[in-house]
Design a protein around this ligand. Sequence first.
Ligand code: 3HC
Length: 689
Amino acid sequence: MTELAATAVTGGIAIITLDNPPVNALSAPLRASLLRALKQALGDTAVTAIVLICAGRTFIAGADITEFGKAPQSPSFPDLFAAIEQAAKPVIAAIHGTALGGGFELALACHYRLAAESAKVGLPEVHLGLLPGAGGTQRLPRLVGAEAALDIITSGRQIGAREALALGLVDALVSDSNLRKGAIAYARDVVAQGSALPKARDRSDRIAADREKPTLFSDFAAANSRRFKGFAAPRAIISAVQAAVELPFEEGLTREAALFEQLVASHESAAQRHVFFAERAAGRVPDLPADMPIHEIHSVGVIGAGTMGGGITMNFLNAGIAVTLVETTQDALDRGVTVIRRNYEATVSKGRMRAEQVEQRIGLISPTLDMAALSDVDLVIEAVYENIDVKREIFGKLDNIVKPGAIMASNTSFLDLNRIAAATRRPESVVGLHFFSPANVMRLLEVVRGAKTSKPVIATAMHLAKRIGKVAVLSGVCDGFIANRLLAPRGAQAEAMMLEGTPIAEIDRVLVEYGFAMGHFQMMDLVGLDVIGRDATERTVMGDLVAAGRLGQKRGAGYYDYDDKRRPSASATTADMIDAVANARNIASDPTVGSEAVLARLLYSVVNEGAKILDEGIALRASDIDIAAVLGYNWPVYRGGPLFWANQIGLNRIVAEMRELEGRYGEAFRPSDLLVRLAEKGLVFGDAA
Ligand code: 3HC
């Protein structure tokens, strides 16, 4: 049997190398192998110290997430970590890449921690709806104090080696190329000094000081209540860290373990783990071989310097890629560049960017009024307003300008990509790259595959998304692609309920209670009703609001009235308009009553649309639809997305309730074929139907 943890002894130092690709997750077989290696090294009289180091691209990235929810396998984390911490010989963790979660907790159980200069450490369990369950909530506060521990564990942030050293999370840094040698030298020094072995569990100075601050935990919870809203893990983390301060180490560990068990069994954590794997699955396109050649993208052209074009441009500047930015007037061009500069300056003022980086990034832009300047770029993204004729004209022109092999992308959010591609002689080079606003912030990128888009172009787009920090979801061509089409029925139902007399504040409240940052009408007001402007065929409240100059938050009035702090309140004017439109359209008063009924109308319609998107092959897999909702529309991550949520409710129940809704409200609630098929077979989204 090949050992996942292999030992080599040099000059009395046992170097145990952990090798469990791709990220050295601390699976049961790895834990068992490490424990064997550790015992052997401890029993070997020739060994004076032990170095734990990892092969491959990273130190241990955490517990093996796929083991959660399965029967526990020995050795357990506490047993393994106790064996390390109680070892009679010094144990030194030599960290490169990222030591995360259970991986960093293992390092905390070692007597010494050494990090390569580019290494990062962190406890990201919170992102999976969990807390560090292998001693992290007990050892970390003892090393850095409760305040720093709360910040690190509730944020889940990755901490660079230098900051880790300053905080006392690691003991020393070595250059990246020298980790192994540096660790051996460090081990020799430790042995030579012969001092008592430091154990995080025995440190008491920090937590003794924390005991003097009785309101520390309640203050922290209060200061972060907005950020933690809806999540169970941060509350559990606060409680576990409080246990570290108040209880003896072993009792604290027991408390941590109990809280971990609760979280790991929760819907929220299951949803967040689903999202973790869904994000990674989204990048896989079954008919693209892994070794598909991709186009090199060194330079990009963006057509349109408006809100979308500017945001799109920033993604590439941030990744160090030069952008030729094209506009039709000098004024629009100057305005676009100014907005980009202001955005960067705002980032600098928040301390998240260095001042000199602003000029570096702006320096990567070549602003121009001449499309001919795009002749040499590797990729062009068109981001002008949504009009098929304008887009076709631009693509026709581009066809005569850009070099052979260049990728031509449209940021259209609902137009027919195939018609745009047909305006060129090279539809195989045309792809949709649909960014979400604000394009420099939102992580979703829909890569739209036209009927003739070539495989290398798709592969390039998927790869490029990762390079600019986006999560790509592949979509077929349809009106609205995945995310906008998916969420459209939510808006339609919100408006239908409004006209039937359900108060808009009630509709919004139900969405916020479910976990959305804001409700439908609040979102409309934020975006601006004139921006959304749809070609309505009948009289709408939105149309009337726009006609009355109530354009949303920016004008202090939209669906809601706003005070000078942009706080919304119900508007009598809007209420009158709703009545007038309902009368004009002969819609009888029939308010939907109760949170559950409102929620069912809003979200079952989304689930149903998701099923259609999946059945039509527009999305590759159910989890891609969830990712589109989570990353494109801020669907609460602890609900896992609409289809994961539907699975948890039970598809049978949803179909039954939808049939009732269909009887009352008509076709919008007719359960889709796929939904019915899955429910009848007792299957869930994600199963092959
Ligand atoms: N368990 C199981 N699989 C994991 C894993 C883990 N902890 N971490 C990563 N993987 C898998 C991914 O699913 C992916 O698989 P795939 O190739 O089949 O899609 C593969 O490893 C590579 O991962 P990435 O694509 O994410 O690679 P990157 O290089 O982009 O990122 C990383 C590497 C920063 C380590 C990132 O994978 C990551 O953040 N991993 C999760 C870290 C984490 O959350 N750790 C805490 C786990 S919970 C825990 O430790 C509980 C403990 O307290 C008891």
